[in-house]
Design a protein around this ligand. Sequence first.
Ligand SMILES: [Fe+2]
Ligand SMILES: [Fe+2]
Length: 262
Amino acid sequence: MAQQRIVLKDPDRFKDPANLSWERYVALQARERERYLAERAALPPEALTYATVSPRYLERAVDQFANNYYSELSATHYIATAAAHAPFDELKKCCLFQLADEQRHLEMDTEVWQRAGIPERDWLPAWEASGTTCRFFRHVLELDDTFEILVKANFVAEGAAGPGTFAVLADGAEARGDLFSALNHRARVRDETRHISFARVLVKALIEDDPANLDVIQRWQDESLELFREVARGGARQEWWEGFLASYYKIALPLGLRPTAL
Ligand SMILES: [Fe+2]
Ligand SMILES: [Fe+2]
């Protein structure tokens, strides 16, 4: 498919809603890391060796671990591409701070695999199995346009996987004794919220800059949701999927986007 490119003629329309400077970002990251390490240290030691979950839980959790780990790994790559091709500095800055966030999330998810004792040779097959978000992320990794990457990955995927679904994942893990995954989901969502916010400001700016951009953004949304749909096929993960769409439409519909015909 021919790539459709859009431009922001007036880059002043985009301002980082978190108003971060390098200094403020580093301070925020340091506080966040301190909080994370304190919360992890407060977990019962058995939770960190996965002695608190059933063997059946671990068997079933492998595809969720793959969804977490590989989406964060993908994020470190696509957001670096978005930063490299960013058409103006304010946007590049947001991408670079996000790159550091995603690297931290990736490290948390690497530790889950290791502590749960899942051998590395099983990771990739779990990700490539059907019913994961693999197809979506592989698509994003092929893109090189900053706006398309940010609309698809930050606005649609993170907007959808935002507060709602991470809460479902955290509560679900906690209920099954996986306190470490629950902690990680709650830590990651604090950063993802910032990634969604700047993408939302960008989408709004693009539409206000040129209303014709809305059609392209609508197409990017539709392509993204179509790639996600297989995750919930056959009723599996129904609760996750409903939370996913509800979370996304809450930010998208007020900007003039329409629900995707799925
Ligand atoms: Fe992340
Ligand atoms: Fe993110």
